[in-house]
Design a protein around this ligand. Sequence first.
Ligand SMILES: [Zn+2]
Length: 314
Amino acid sequence: MRKSQAERVHNPFVGFSFQMTQTTKKCDSGVGGAAKSKLIVVYHRDFASHGYPPLKDRVEPCFNHIKETGILSRENVQIVEPQPVLDELLYLVHTKRHVADVKASGYFEVAARSAGGVVTAAQMIVGGAADNAFCFVGAAGHHASREGYWGFCFLNDICIAIKHLRTGGFSEKVAIIDIDPHYGDGTRDIIGEDPSILHINFHSGSPRGERHSDEMNNLDICLPFDATDEVFISYARMAVDEAHKFSPGIVFVVFGYDSHESDYGAFRLSDEAYPRFAQAVGLRFPRGVCYVLSGGSGVENGKRAIAGVLSYLS
Ligand SMILES: [Zn+2]
């Protein structure tokens, strides 16, 4: 029986020693959207109190807004409070020097807890305990490489989650759709040579990237700085189709809403772009999708963008 929406679940993430359940499931194709599927929303109060400014300032108001909309009260929605990942798991993705640098930055704990949230969400999805997930975080991940960090990104949460799944025996393909308008250079550095991972990377012409490789399943989608909803959605549909052809066992979405017309990143998207994107993903992948919050500092933009996605997912 599904847990009540009012029940806050403390998920005892135990790092890389976690044992996967035997039940793994491929993302289903087909139509019908994600309605009534089991959605988990990862959140911890430390993301707002200890996160990287200005990103931390959006977290609590956005989460509270989602609560006020009633989305979190739906029967099929469950809140998960994550634990920080263990160092042993971090060392499978980042160098010891990098981890030491992050520990010295003052943001290690919130970054490790943010990564723990993505790890927990991913393991719940592939283990069959959840259909989809949305992860609030206190620090972003896609600029964190094996031995470097910048742009509010300290630990590469999604790469850590993938490594966790692999360590637990998950052998299916993985797709990452990064719609943050800044280039996901850290992710590409870590998994760019792995043919079992499709990395689709929206960006706005930053010189940091463009290491495109069909063989390695890297797809860079460079849109103009003033890309509108129509441009973005048309490429998003193409990206989702590519991901669907790849037949992944789980899809991660790097959800940066700094692409909003009134936020700090490139692209000029309206509020409607985000639920439309979620719908484009959901039509191909009604389940098996893990959204991870990325860039975006505008509180009001965030409320509407996240609510739009969660309304669709729930
Ligand atoms: Zn960004």
